[in-house]
Design a protein. Sequence first.
Length: 288
Amino acid sequence: MKVYINGKFYDENEASVSVFDHGLLYGDGIFEGIRLYEGCVFRLDAHLERLEDSAKAILLELPWSRQEISDAVLESCRMNNLKDGYIRVVVTRGKGSLGISPKTCKDPQLIIIADKIRLYPKEVYENGLKLITVPTRRNHAAALPPMIKSLNYLNNILAKIEAQHLGYDEAIMLNDQGFVAECTGDNIFMVKKGVIYTPTVQSDNLSGITRQAVWDIAQKLGIPFKEGVLTRYDFWIADEAFLTGTAAELVAVTEIDARQIGDGKPGPVTQKILEAYRGVVTKDGTML
Ligand code: PMP
């Protein structure tokens, strides 16, 4: 596999950044996870827009235009002969001193890894996922806005570890106020009486590209869709639930905090959305 770093391709064993890179030392950087479906980079422009927004939010000036990053993403897929896969775009603050001041970092690093991914085993996609709410709260927006897709994932990693300690694969994270925010790397949805609900982004979650795609699909299919401030209780009594993310795609949730959701199987609205999602991913994006 060839990995792109600042305009050049390196063999995966030779691709590296400095140990003084603030991305490594402090998690000072941003990233995107993007999917490639049958030669179509799904919603590439939306991902690059979010990357730019994340960069702006952390005052990291990108020395590359959107077109240049887009070209590098497409070239990385071609270089690795990929037609289906997962692309990780990482921008680090670059090499600096051991102090935290970003002023010492003069040369941001753009890294692109184009590879394959499967987040969960086949059975999870067929039978659904069981979730547990964990104690670690999602970052408060006044500390580190969850809208920024930063390299600082410790908050989510701690939640993931807690879920795993309890014997679950994935967690529900609440925000500082105790409302449902999202999962550790995915947005969360519920269905009640035919209406799809998801926490507002003001509930401290990432504005997911897949979340937006589900919204667009729901609109097209005429399924009512609402953002809201949602509690655990709302989810416990939901008819259906599912989570979305670029890597996970769309996964039905069949149990939350030991409460069975609906009849414990992927629900009809979830399946309808998933089917439509499968239909759009190969078309709604930038072709290689
Ligand atoms: N929330 C978090 C914390 C994430 O890291 C991600 C991406 N893995 C998502 C939600 C889903 O976002 P997207 O659909 O853009 O991948």
